[in-house]
Design a protein around this ligand. Structure first.
Ligand SMILES: [Zn+2]
Ligand SMILES: [Zn+2]
Length: 52
């Protein structure tokens, strides 16, 4: 699994989250602990949706 925001590989030790894109519900968004904390924006690779 790779973080959708920073592209960093997630490790099982980290508290990362995985959820479906709220716009197209087709792509899977992955956010690492750091990006979640910093509220970095993510971008869906399929539909281009950008969310907090
Ligand atoms: Zn990240
Ligand atoms: Zn999408």
């Amino acid at each position: 699994m790779k973080c959708s925001t920073c592209g960093k590989k997630t490790t099982p030790k980290e508290l990362w989250v995985k959820f479906k894109c709220p716009a197209c519900s087709d792509a899977i968004i992955v956010r690492c602990e750091r990006c979640k904390k910093l509220v970095n924006q993510y971008k869906c690779e399929k539909c281009g949706f950008v969310g907090p």
